[in-house]
Design a protein around this ligand. Structure first.
Ligand SMILES: C[S@@+](CC[C@H](N)C(=O)[O-])C[C@H]1O[C@@H](n2cnc3c(N)ncnc32)[C@H](O)[C@@H]1O
Ligand code: SF4
Length: 390
């Protein structure tokens, strides 16, 4: 990886003509921290005086500076993530979208998603979001089993996420996602099946299913180290993935990325951009952006972020420029996770030569001129990528 560390704000952030372009906006606030989460988010006691008003003011400046760099480019997708965007309320999230529109042109039919935590949503919030122009809601449900929610430190009741989906749909949202986590210590097969069933019956058109990752430095990692709870077991995780996939498939969902399933037309276009050659500006504390082979990331703490923008500069902490080999490695890693797979032509000759052996192991299929993960290959996607790139 070619990494240049340069004075702040120096990378050449010009988009590649013709590529899909999106904007990611990071909301770095949570009411409490879930023990498994290492995202860049802050509870009130960690904010050091930062607050949503100051964050919004800084975000407006960042989006103005971004538009000056990017020029008149139609925005196809906006994704407001966190942290807990729903803590901003209807007015706050409307102001976020206004700040995008003040500086960019949204393409006709643009997908505009916000994440939301079930406990900080209401019919009024969803009505305000719909009115503001949001088109998609992504809710963190994780599970319907009370003991699983407790291990994960989730503060919502088991029924709150399905109820929030009903409220979002009543407000006119056609596209709603639920995030599930599987493999939490204490979860049974039946707990997962009941969670998937609740998600399907809630009427969503998209489900993300993530294996619980014990991230270094989290409260969960400390509990595992102390022996209070067992780390998720790889065989159990693989079995739960198969259960999740089978139940979603039976209900009419199809996987389109290893951890994502949708009904027809329910795919998340913003996330597809990350996996399939799109470019994006990442705004907000700690957000990553990617334009024309340059990846950059912002200062992480909301105070450092806001201070640099108050001085009129982009709050870029560092950046790296990917050379052609880096780009190729990333393309293979990301595209192979998609159901549409990779064109054989996009592989180098030595990589193509490795395909037959991986097919013989039952991990890849060659469909037409493309390579696609098999069901078993999906369980071992990282290993398949390593074997292909060798
Ligand atoms: C970072 S959260 C932001 C959205 C929102 N705050 C929430 O919790 O629902 C996005 C999703 O990432 C997933 N996630 C976060 N940390 C994870 C971990 N350590 N292992 C598996 N999934 C994780 C959860 O499913 C969560 O819904
Ligand atoms: S999982 Fe979501 S709610 Fe929990 S700490 Fe992370 S960002 Fe906040």
């Amino acid at each position: 990886m070619t990494t240049r560390t340069a004075p702040l704000g120096q990378p050449d952030l010009a988009p590649t003509p013709g590529r899909p372009f999106g904007i990611y906006i990071h909301v770095p606030f949570c009411a409490t921290r879930c023990g498994y989460c290492d995202f860049n988010t802050y509870t009130p006691s960690e904010l050091g005086g930062a607050n949503p008003e100051g964050w919004l003011e800084a975000l407006r400046v960042e989006l103005r500076l971004a538009a000056e760099r990017v020029g008149a480019l139609a925005v196809q997708t906006v994704f407001v993530g966190g942290g807990t965007p729903s803590l901003l309320g209807g007015d706050g999230l409307s102001a976020v979208l206004d700040a995008v529109r003040d500086n960019f042109v949204l393409a006709t039919g643009a997908e505009v998603t916000t994440e939301a935590n079930p406990e900080s949503t209401s019919p009024e919030l969803f009505a305000a979001l719909r009115n503001a122009g949001y088109t998609r809601i992504s809710l963190g449900m994780q599970s319907v089993a009370p003991h699983v929610l407790a291990v994960l430190n989730r503060t919502h009741s088991p029924g709150r996420a399905p109820a929030a989906v009903a409220e979002a749909k009543a407000a006119g949202f056609e596209h709603v996602n639920l995030d599930l986590i599987y493999g939490t210590p204490g979860e049974s097969d039946d707990d997962l099946l009941r969670s998937v069933d609740a998600a399907v019956h809630a009427g969503v058109d998209h489900v993300s299913g993530y294996a619980l990752v014990v991230e270094d430095g989290t409260a969960l990692a400390r509990r595992v180290r102390r022996g209070e709870i067992a780390a998720p077991d790889d065989d159990v995780l693989a079995h739960r993935y198969e259960l999740l996939d089978a139940q979603l498939s039976a209900a009419g969902f199809a996987w389109y990325e290893v951890s994502n399933w949708s009904r027809p037309g329910g795919e998340c276009l913003h996330n597809l951009g990350y996996w399939d050659g799109g470019e994006w500006w990442g705004a907000g504390p700690g957000a990553h952006g990617f334009l024309n082979a340059t990846r950059w990331w912002n200062a992480k703490h909301p105070n450092a972020y806001a201070q640099t923008l108050a001085e009129g500069a982009l709050p870029i902490a560092d950046f790296e420029v990917l050379d052609a080999a880096d780009r190729h490695t990333e393309d293979v890693m990301l595209r192979l996770r998609l159901r549409r797979g990779l064109a054989l032509d996009d592989l180098a000759a030595d990589e193509r030569a490795r395909v037959p052996e991986i097919v013989a192991e039952g991990l890849l299929d060659t469909a037409g001129e493309r390579v696609v993960l098999t069901d078993r290959g999906r369980l071992l996607a990282d290993g398949v990528v390593r074997a292909l790139l060798a």
